[in-house]
Design a binder for this molecule. Structure first.
Ligand code: F6R
Length: 364
């Protein structure tokens, strides 16, 4: 039931504050101000390396997880597309935590990668939305997302719930390894607790996004830029746009622009820049300005501070609430989903059932 919404995707975008809060309930102990994981029969403190495997949107959660786990827990992390992982004879020596991420829990390549890891003695965990799925049954540690059924083919609420669980996993690994002071843990719990309200505030950009979507809908190519954890979010923004509007889009790490993609820039290629104010902001803005000097039409997604500093020559600025870096990916997911949505609506494509795509990819 779409309720009052025109499409399932729009409904699911709007459900995010609620389902992320629901999901976090299983991973936060607000009274003790601690993060938590479901009961497990292995010792997280013995993990020497994390290997994350997923497909599509779920793989971008893995990439964000690499930033979080490496910085918080000081553990090396590898992220791979499931379809690449299992065919390249990955080295699986040592004490590895293998993490699969999947909405459906049935994606053929991810399931095969999970079985490959298990067959090689790897302890596995899964961030999975469908609790009755094959992956949910087969992982050693199930970390459920509580997004509820996701109907729109383009993943939205499952994605942000996966990010929430990934943040909790990173913090739990950090605690198990003695890398998290009680103050740091309390801070993380507070930030995650505030994420749903911040996502709700982000939803208020809907009108501004709908207005700029008309311009974007006439483009042939669109580029997305981000740095740090916002780099995988740039990839996610580009994937969402491709999937439902059929406009060619690519996401790049901001610093990579001048190593090639900048050759694509002219006044016909809109550039979507994801840049929360913070330590990486100035660098991203200088990459953005290099593109503007070559005529790029920039949509800057930032907070009030970032927009005041760098919003002047943009065709649109989309204001996000000011948030801690840890939860920025959860919040910045909202405008990139809404942008893809409104561009697709402007183009008249089938938002919930894009051509050539299936909700669950059970062939390899
Ligand atoms: C993107 C999308 C796909 C899925 C991918 C993995 O919007 O929906 O890229 O993320 O097919 O699916 P799951 O998460 O079910 O393994």
């Amino acid at each position: 039931d779409k309720g009052n919404y025109r499409h399932f995707m729009l409904k699911e975008i709007h459900e995010q504050p609620v389902v992320v809060a629901q999901t976090l309930q299983s991973y936060l102990r607000p009274v003790e101000e601690q993060v938590a994981l479901p009961q497990m029969d292995f010792d997280l403190s013995t993990v020497e390396r994390v290997v994350i495997v997923a497909c599509g949107t779920a793989s971008y959660v893995g990439m964000v997880g690499k930033y979080w786990i490496e910085s918080l827990a000081r553990l090396p992390v590898e992220v791979d597309f499931a379809s690449e992982f299992r065919y390249r004879e990955p080295v699986l020596d040592g004490r590895i935590l293998g993490v699969v991420i999947s909405q459906s829990g049935e994606t053929a390549d991810t399931l095969a990668a999970l079985r490959h890891m298990k067959a090689n003695g790897v302890t596995t965990a899964g961030i999975i939305n469908v609790p009755t799925s094959s992956m949910a049954r087969e992982v050693d540690l199930l970390m459920p997302t509580h997004a509820g059924p996701e109907i729109g083919v383009a993943s939205t609420k499952a994605f942000t719930c996966q990010l929430a669980v990934m943040a909790a996993l990173a913090a739990n690994l950090a605690r198990a390894r003695g890398k998290l002071t009680p103050e740091a843990e309390r801070y993380i719990v507070h930030q995650l607790t505030e994420a749903p309200a911040a996502m709700n505030a982000a939803l208020a950009c809907d009108e501004a996004i709908a207005a700029v979507a008309k311009t974007i809908s006439t483009a042939r190519d669109v580029l997305y830029l981000g740095r740090g954890p916002e780099y995988p979010m740039a990839l996610e923004g580009a994937l969402k746009l491709k999937e439902i509007s059929y406009i060619h889009a690519e996401g790049y790490a901001s610093g990579e622009m001048k190593h090639g993609p900048i050759a694509l820039i002219d006044e016909n290629v809109p550039l979507i820049v994801l840049a929360p104010a913070g330590p990486l902001f100035d660098k991203t803005v200088s990459n953005m300005q290099e593109a503007q000097a070559r005529g790029a039409q920039v949509v800057l997604i930032s907070d009030a501070e970032g927009i005041a500093q760098a919003g002047d020559n943009c065709i649109a600025t989309i204001e996000m609430p000011k948030v801690a870096p840890l939860i920025a990916p959860l919040v910045y997911a909202v405008p990139i989903q809404l942008l893809a949505y409104h561009v697709a609506v402007a183009k008249g494509t089938d938002v919930d059932q894009p051509r050539n795509l299936a909700k669950s990819v059970t062939v390899e």
